[in-house]
Structure formats: C-alpha cells, structure tokens
Design a protein around this ligand. Structure first.
Ligand code: ADP
Ligand code: MG
Length: 686
C-alpha cells in the first residue's frame, strides 16, 4: 500500500493530483513523510461563557442562526452565524465565503476555532473561525491540528481530510533502529512517531515524535557517512617523511614570520602525511589569515620528495593568482608548475597544448598543477599525486571530490586538504563530512589594521562618495561589488553594467574605472585585473562572482551595492579583499532597503570583524542550507533534524558508530540497509 500511487486513489480528483505533484507527493509513502510545518493547538474546547477577547478559542455547539449579508461600503459578502451551547451564545463572521450559509445550516452541531474579538467595540465575536461539523473524531478543530506547506489548489484542511485514512499504513513501515538504541534514548516507535507527527495527541507526544524522527534522520546520515568513511579509511595513500631542515629553510626566506596558528596547522598536516592512510583535513581560516603560505610550506615538502600536488581554485582569476604566487614561492626550485583552466594551459609561464600537458602530467613531469574545475572534467591522470588541495572547498561539489580520489594511475589515493574562509562549526562539519580533521587559523597576521565598516543609508550616499573621492586622490583604490538583480541574469552582467555607467557618468566622471564580470573574454578579464593592479584604473566594478581571495594590497576601499541581498559571511568575504596592506581600509555597505530586520543584520557588520561569529549569525538567521548552499557543499536537506544540534549529532553519531563498527555492511540490519538506500536518494547527496 505504501507505494500505491496517489493517482490511483479514487478520492483524489485531477485538480488535486496536479497540485500534489507540485508538492512532490506521488505515493502514499510520500504522503506519510510529508510532515507538517506547524500546528494549531485547538485541543481544549471551552464553554462559550469562558471565551476571552484577544485569544484563539475553540467552542462547540449548535448553529442557531446563519445568514449572508453584504457590507454597505465595500460590497463584500459576510456570513454571520450564532453558536449556542449550554452556557451562552457567540457570534461568528466569515468573509467572502457565502457557501457557508448552506454548509453550516441552522441546527447543525459544529466546532469552531478562532480569534475572539470585540465587534466594533461592542459584542464578542469570533472572526473567520476554522469550522468543522461535529464528528466523534475531530480532524481540524478540538485538537492539535497540522499545518502543511502548501501550493495553490490545496489547503491544510483538505490534506488533513485526505491524509488521515492513509496514516494507518504506517504499520507497514519497519523499525530500523536497534531495540537497544530505542530504549537507551527512550524513542517512540517509528510508526507511532509518524502518526503523532501528523495528528498529535498532546504537545508532549508531538515533541517525542519530533525527537524520534529527527534522531532517525541524523542516525541515517551518520551511518551513511561513517560507512563511506570506513571504506575511505581502508584506502592507501603515500607516506611522506617530514624534512625539518627543508621547512626551516623555506620559512626563513619568507618576508614575514608565520603566526602560531599557521605553524600549528602546517604541523598537523605534516603528521597526517607521514601516515599511509589518506588525510582528510579541513583548514579553516578567515579571509586574509594566510592559508596560501601554509599550503606552500606543505607542498614544498611533497614536491621535494618527488611527488605531485594539485591545487584547485573555484575561479579562473583565483587560479591564475595562485599560479603566480607559487611561481614566486618556488622561484629557487626547479619544480615544474602548470596552470590548467578552461582557457589557459601553461607550464612555467609558457603556453602548451592540452594533450601535451595531459601527457606530461601522466608521466609525472609536472610537479604541481594549479587549476579550476576544468582540470577534473578534462580527464587528467596523475602518476603519483600525493596531495590534493581544494581552495574554497564549499564551491566544489561532492562529485568533484570523488573524482580526485580516482585521479592517480595505480591504486593510491591522494591526501586531501580542503580550505575554507567560511567557517563551519565542528558539529556541522561532522554532519556534513561524517568524519574529518579540522585545523583552524584564528590569529590574523600582526601587521593588519581592522577594517572600518559603515552601513550607508540612501541619504548618506553623497557624503560617502566625497570621502571615497578624497581617498582616491591620495592614491587609494576601490572595489565595487554588485549583486545579482534578476534570477535570469545569472552572471550579474546587467546590474554591474548599470553600476559602472552610473559611477562613470554621474558620480566619478573624472576617475578611471574598470569593469569585470563573468561574460567577459579571458583577455578582457585579465586586462581589467592588470589595469587595476597597475593602478591604471582606480575603481574596479565587479560582480559577486569573483568574490574570493584576490590579493591587491593597494585597494583599501570596498563598496558593496545592494548589500541586503548578501549573507553576512559573503559580505565578510568581500570585505576581506581590502585591508591586506599597511594602510587603513574601509568597507561601505550601500543599501536602498532599510527594513528593520535587514538594518539590524547589516549593522552587525560594523562592529564584528570575526568571520566565525558572522557565520554563526548567518546560521542562526538563515540556516545551514542557505549559508553553505545545499547542492554545492553536499549539505543534506534534512526535514526534522538540525545539522547544528550538537547534542543530537553526538548521540546519533555514537549509536551509528557502534553499529557500523560491528556490522559495516549492515548484513544483520537489512531494514536499515533498505532505509539507507532510500535516504541517500531523498536527501539529495548528488
Ligand atoms: P587567505 O587565507 O584569505 O587565503 P592569503 O593566503 O591570500 O589569505 O594571505 C593574505 C595575505 O597575507 C598575503 O598577501 C600573504 O602574503 C600575507 N600573509 C600571510 N601570512 C602572513 C604573516 N604571517 N604575516 C604577514 N603577512 C602574511
Ligand atoms: Mg585564499
């Protein structure tokens, strides 16, 4: 019965079927797992003489009168009714539902739930109450009633009515959590929880149902991740010796001293590399905290011992910049370094054909390959890749990581070092990756001055422009970031062009301005960057597409248009493009909408310079899916469990770990195995 198609159910007509499809509901099972998003608590029926103005009350009685009436001024149809019980009578009113007069006839016995108010300050009345003809088992009123997320053509009321009879089929679902686990955590049985989640008997049983269903989701997620991880753990990688002298020599040559956090992170990586198990480590560090030099220090070890390294960046511009940085870092070595992007194939600054490059990589002649996603789609094969570094890892998908595991010819897989400036709390990292090691760079290089950030209201624009003009005249440079305005305008070309025109013609007509967006040709993009770097242009207007990493120390001002359209973490990333040199830097958040919510949200940017705190803020306001992008980062879209609920993650993980350790292939847990297969499909793990 569970797999019966809704289209085969006679009760459901064509119009409703289409609407159900839009909600993604195809089978009875889908129906059962379509959880309410909210509840209305109408569980206490009270005598009419006890109703209180201002409250939502539920009353039961006989309709003693019902009629339609048209309002004088607006010509709206009102339906008015009087309900009576032993203790008194109460008026009700509905708007634009004249059919109610026929439906709730005089003399019928009904339950009404709704807000009680004074009608023009005189008599008590119930406004637009939810109604139900009395039935022994009330569906909508006189209980805690479910509220569903809906689409046109379907009401919660209809869903409650249609769903209820099919709920009994929950008994066909098997329990997959071990009995001991159910006991330990006092969990409701699965089918009971599913019943209660739709039609709870009480607030308490609703809470229990939510907990059980959240637990099961988190358990499945952890079991899946841990099982994959145990497969990954069996894989072998190269074991590298740590060469202390080499590291010291490298560090000595740097124009600055490493921060303690940079040293610690490098040390943690070195320890992993000595094992023959593949490393799986995430390096978190705020924008500008100096992650690149850490990777250079590590790569130096890897390449010196004759192994290959790959460095992946999310954009062409960033890959190019890293390529140049590494050429500098390794100027004294004779490493062969390649750049491999959609439009560029270089080895040691010389252009090379794709085929030649592929061959050189396969033969092990290239030591370090720096590139973008293209590198993965071009079927690159390496000879002895020992380390894969992924910059801004949340911009890469799960599939791309998987591809890297098979990139080596032979059976060894590389060590993985992912990097991010968008901090992921430990709990969330465990939810997403099941298991991985974390290194965190908290401390900023010492020479930094905090960036002064201001939220600029529309009426303060001119003043801010004046200030920026002064700074430019003193030799500073300015980034301007514009948001995507329309969905269809995926590259933000339209808004960026308009902004460019405005600044060029109206605001700063005397100043040279550059333009950068995703639709430009490679040469045009490079030219725009180079002109800016060479100070030929003083202002660079760009889309948010090139948000990350770019290093231009002379740029000290960041202007962000439509800042209310961005998350705090993202704004922080933009801001991180300035403040890289010795000079005082500024960040201006322009906004044309100053609703209270977005005002307060943006205001936090002024005082908070800590990317971790801002990410936490984002998480609370917008949830992990919004912050990290569900599809992109492989974040599962769970229905019940919160990915950031530390306690839930911990207990579910512990249970899953015990089970996976004892029974890694789920041979003794066939129900769980089935459930996992289904789960993997529904959580959209790519
Ligand atoms: P991110 O962590 O955002 O990738 P980068 O690696 O691009 O940051 O580093 C930002 C800038 O800081 C670079 O110009 C780099 O040379 C410089 N830098 C890195 N580490 C230090 C340090 N310990 N002291 C001073 N400057 C540093
Ligand atoms: Mg970086």
């Amino acid at each position: 019965m569970l797999d019966t198609l809704l289209t085969d159910l006679r009760k459901i007509d064509k119009r409703h079927r289409d609407a159900l499809k839009r909600l993604g509901l195809f089978t009875v099972r889908d129906f059962i797992f379509y959880f309410p998003v909210d509840y209305e608590d109408f569980s206490t029926i009270i005598p009419i003489n006890m109703v209180k103005p201002g409250e939502v009350n539920t009353v039961q009685g006989i309709i003693s009168e019902i009629y339609n009436e048209q309002t004088q001024r607006q010509r709206m149809m009102l339906t008015k009714a009087t309900l009576e019980d032993k203790t008194g009578s109460l008026e009700s009113v509905w708007f634009r539902q004249p059919y109610l007069e026929k439906f709730l006839k005089t003399g019928s016995y009904v339950t009404l739930s709704g807000k009680v108010e004074y009608n023009r300050g005189r008599d008590l009345q119930m406004t637009s109450p939810v109604y139900e003809k009395y039935r022994p088992e009330a569906l909508h009123t006189g209980r805690i009633a479910p509220v569903y997320s809906l689409t046109a053509g379907i009401t919660s009321k209809w869903l409650r009515f249609v769903l209820k009879p099919y709920l009994k089929h929950v008994t066909e679902l098997e329990e997959f959590l071990p009995q001991a686990c159910l006991k330990r955590h006092r969990l409701l049985a699965r089918n009971e929880a599913l019943k209660q989640i739709h039609f709870p008997d009480s607030q308490q049983s609703l809470a229990q149902a939510k907990y059980r269903l959240g637990f099961e989701e988190m358990f499945l997620l952890q079991a899946m991740k841990l099982q994959k991880r145990s497969v990954f753990k069996q894989a072998r990688s190269y074991s590298l010796k740590f060469d202390k002298k080499l590291a010291q020599k490298f560090v000595k040559k740097l124009p600055f001293t490493l921060t303690d956090d940079q040293k610690k992170a490098s040390w943690q990586v070195f320890q992993n590399l000595e094992q023959n198990k593949p490393m799986n480590r995430l390096l978190e560090g705020d924008v500008g905290s100096g992650k690149t030099v850490v990777t250079a220090l590590i790569l130096n070890q890897v390449l010196k011992q004759g192994y290959q390294g790959v460095f992946l960046a999310p954009t062409e511009i960033l890959a190019t910049q890293h390529y140049q940085s590494f050429l500098k870092f390794f100027a004294d070595n004779n490493f062969n370094i390649a750049l491999f992007t959609r439009t560029q194939r270089f080895v040691d600054k010389k252009e090379i054909s794709t085929n030649k490059l592929l061959k050189k990589i396969k033969d092990g002649e290239i030591d370090l390959i720096i590139g973008t996603h293209t590198l993965l789609s071009e079927k690159v094969k390496t000879k002895k890749l020992a380390l894969a570094i992924i910059d801004e890892q949340h911009r890469f998908g799960v599939k791309q990581r998987a591809t890297l595991k098979t990139i080596n010819t032979g059976n060894k897989i590389p060590h993985f070092l992912s990097m991010t400036a968008t901090p992921i709390p430990r709990t969330l990292a465990l939810s997403i990756f099941g298991d991985l090691d974390l290194s965190v760079i908290k401390e900023m290089p010492k020479n930094r001055k905090p960036i002064k950030t201001s939220l600029v209201a529309p009426f303060d624009r001119e003043e801010t422009y004046d200030f920026i003009r002064q700074r430019i005249n003193k030799g500073d440079q300015v980034f301007v970031v514009c948001p995507l305005i329309e969905e269809s305008d995926t590259l933000g070309v339209k808004s960026v062009k308009e902004e460019y025109k405005k600044l060029n013609q109206q605001v700063f007509p005397e100043i040279k301005i550059g333009l950068l967006h995703g639709k430009l040709k490679k040469e045009q993009k490079e030219k725009a960057m180079q002109n800016f770097l060479a100070k030929k242009t003083k202002i660079l207007v760009s889309t948010s597409v090139i948000e990350v990493g770019v290093d231009i120390p002379n740029a000290t001002i960041m202007m962000i248009e439509g800042s209310e359209r961005f998350g705090l973490s993202q704004l922080h990333q933009f801001r991180g493009r300035v403040g890289r040199g010795q000079k005082q830097s500024y960040c201006y958040l322009f906004t044309d909408s100053l609703g209270e919510k977005s005002y307060n949200r943006l205001k936090t940017m002024e005082n908070c310079l800590d990317g971790f705190q801002l990410a936490q803020h984002d998480l609370e306001i917008r949830g992990p899916g919004e912050v990290y992008g569900i599809r992109q980062s492989g974040l599962p879209d769970l229905k019940m469990a919160s990915l950031t609920d530390a306690e839930l993650v911990a207990v579910a993980r512990e249970e899953a770990l015990e089970l996976v350790t004892k029974d890694p292939d789920f041979r003794e847990h066939p129900q769980l195995k089935n459930e996992l297969l289904r789960f993997e499909k529904t959580v959209h793990f790519e």
